[in-house]
Design a protein around this ligand. Sequence first.
Ligand SMILES: [Zn+2]
Length: 144
Amino acid sequence: MPTSNDNLTLHGFEPYKEKKGEEYMGEEQLQHFKNLLTAWKTELMEEVDRTVSHMQDEASNFPDPADRASQEEEFSLELRTRDRERKLIKKIDKTIEHIDADDYGFCDSCGVEIGIRRLEARPTATQCVDCKTLAEIKEKQVGL
Ligand SMILES: [Zn+2]
């Protein structure tokens, strides 16, 4: 099973190297994740800006209704992407609040350490792998 972080971009940061006996979610670790989340948020906000200016550029008149229709389709797709990004930015903000409140890195459901590697892959994770998997199974059963 691949467990390496080779494919992880980490928004320009190196994976965190724990010192021996270091406390989980001590000041340095919290700072690491705060940096990571802040960089991620900046990336997303730039992405949103790009989408907006792209749409403004493209919002010229298309005399052909077929062109217009495909353009509208493209726009609605971009709007959905933007919506997702906005939600993600909100989630990141919330996560940063948790870091500032020294309430980060532990599973909301069972309280165990979520783990540095998992958090680097998913910095906004609020559940450990087990609880998340369970929640996903339940979600599927409800038919969402
Ligand atoms: Zn859990």
